[in-house]
Design a binder for this molecule. Structure first.
Ligand code: F6P
Length: 362
C-alpha cells in the first residue's frame, strides 16, 4: 500500500522503529540502542538540576503519552532526592492539566548529593522496585544524566534522558528544552537596558547564564545587537574589546552593550568592566547580572513543541527497548544518543555566528 495514503496510526504501525528514529551513527554494536524490545511496565519521571521553561510541558507529554500507551506513571518530587526519600506521586491525565504554559516544574527540582553515593542509589532503587517500576525518565542536564547512567549500570532500570536545561550544552540534540525561552528573556531584558543605556550615553556589561557554554550569550548577543560577545569557548582579548569600543565611539556610537557569559574566563561582568575602565574612559559604565530571571517564565511555543515531541519520543523509545540514551532532535528528527556520549562530547558552538556578530558590531 502507498504509505502516503495511510493514516498516522497505520503509518507508525507499519514503519519499523529504526526507520522512524535512526540511531546516531556513532552507536557501537553493543550499544543499548540494540536492546531487544523491553516490557517497561510502570514508569517514573523526575526533573533534575537547574529548572528550565518547558519542563512542565515535558511532564505533561510524558504522563499523557505514558497513559496513552497503557503504563502507570509516577512523578518523583525533587529529582533524585525524591527517589531516595520515597516521594512518589501517581500521575493521572488531569494531574498535568493546565501546566503546558507554566515555567518551573510541578515536580520540583534539585541537585542531589546523596544520589552520588552508592547507598543513596540503593535506597532509590528499593523505592522503585517496591512499586515494580522498570523505567525512569530524567529531564535535566549533564550532571543529572551522569547519575542516571551510573544508576542504570548498577540496577535493572531502563533509563531515558531528556535534555532540560537553558544552557543548550548537550551533545545529541540541536536544542535543549528551555534554551529558546531563556534566550528570548535575555533579548527582552537587553532591549530594555538599551533604552536606558541610550538615554544616558552609557556602556553596559550584561552577564547571562552559561557556566560552561556560551549559547545564550552568543545568540542573545546577536539578537539584541550587542557590541561584543564574551563566551567561554573563545579567548577573551580585552585590548581587542577596548579597540572595538574606541572604533564605535569614533563612528559616533553614543552607548554600548557587551554581553558576557558567566563562565567566561576573565571572571565575569564586574571584573571585565573594572579592567576595561582602566583602559578606556569613553563611557560611564554599568553592570547588570540577569541571573535567575532567565530560568523562569512561560515557555515559548518552540520549547512547548520541543518538550511535547521529546516527551512522546521518550515513552516510545522506552517501549522499543531503548535505555541509557537521551532523546533529542537533530535536523528536526528525533534521535537517541547514548547518554555517555551526550555528556562526554563537547557541543559545537556555531562559531560562524561569532564571526557574524563581529561584522555587525562595527
Ligand atoms: O545549568 C543551568 C544553569 O542555569 C547554569 O547556566 C548556571 O550556572 C546554573 O544553572 C545556576 O544554578 P543554580 O540555580 O544552582 O544557581
Amino acid at each position: 500500500m502507498d504509505k502516503k495514503s495511510l493514516n498516522w496510526r497505520e503509518f507508525y504501525a507499519q514503519t519499523p522503529f529504526s526507520r522512524l528514529h535512526p540511531p546516531m551513527p556513532s552507536a557501537s554494536p553493543d550499544s543499548p540502542l540494540k536492546n531487544p524490545s523491553l516490557a517497561i511496565g510502570d514508569l517514573a519521571i523526575l526533573t533534575s538540576g537547574g529548572d528550565s521553561p518547558g519542563m512542565n510541558a515535558c511532564i505533561r507529554a510524558l504522563v499523557r503519552s505514558g497513559i496513552y500507551y497503557g503504563h502507570r506513571v509516577w512523578g518523583v518530587v525533587r529529582g533524585y532526592d525524591g527517589l531516595i526519600q520515597d516521594d512518589f506521586r501517581p500521575m493521572d491525565l488531569r494531574s498535568v492539566g493546565n501546566i503546558i504554559h507554566r515555567g518551573g516544574t510541578i515536580l520540583k527540582s534539585a541537585r542531589s548529593e546523596e544520589f552520588r553515593t552508592a547507598e543513596g542509589r540503593r535506597k532509590a532503587y528499593e523505592n522503585l522496585a517496591k512499586r515494580n517500576i522498570k523505567a525512569l525518565v530524567v529531564v535535566g542536564g549533564d550532571g543529572s544524566f551522569r547519575g542516571a547512567n551510573v544508576f542504570s549500570e548498577e540496577y535493572p532500570i531502563a533509563v531515558m534522558g531528556l535534555p532540560g536545561t537553558i544552557d543548550n550544552d548537550l551533545y545529541g540534540t540541536d536544542y535543549t528544552i528551555g534554551f529558546d525561552t531563556a534566550t528570548n528573556t535575555v533579548v527582552e531584558c537587553i532591549d530594555k537596558i538599551r533604552d536606558t543605556a541610550d538615554a544616558h550615553n552609557r556602556l553596559f556589561f550584561i552577564e547571562v547564564m552559561g557556566r560552561d557554554a556560551g549559547y545564550i550569550a552568543l545568540n542573545g548577543g546577536i539578537a539584541a545587537g550587542c557590541e561584543d560577545i564574551l563566551i567561554p569557548e573563545t579567548k577573551t582579548d580585552l585590548s581587542e574589546l577596548v579597540e572595538v569600543l574606541k572604533k564605535g565611539r569614533a563612528n559616533h556610537k553614543s552607548s554600548g552593550l557587551i554581553i558576557v557569559a558567566e563562565g567566561e574566563e576573565e571572571g565575569g561582568a564586574y571584573e571585565i568592566a573594572r579592567k576595561v575602565a582602566e583602559q578606556f574612559d569613553g563611557y560611564e559604565m554599568k553592570v547588570t547580572i540577569l541571573g535567575h530571571i532567565q530560568r523562569g517564565g512561560s515557555p515559548s511555543y518552540f520549547d512547548r513543541v520541543l518538550a511535547s515531541r521529546l516527551g512522546v519520543a521518550a515513552i516510545e523509545g522506552l517501549r522499543q527497548g531503548q535505555s541509557r540514551v537521551m532523546a533529542g532532535i537533530i535536523n528536526n528528527k528525533v534521535v537517541y544518543t547514548p547518554i555517555h556520549e551526550a555528556v562526554k562530547n563537547p557541543t559545537q558552538l556555531d562559531l560562524d555566528l561569532y564571526r557574524i556578530s563581529k561584522i555587525l558590531a562595527i
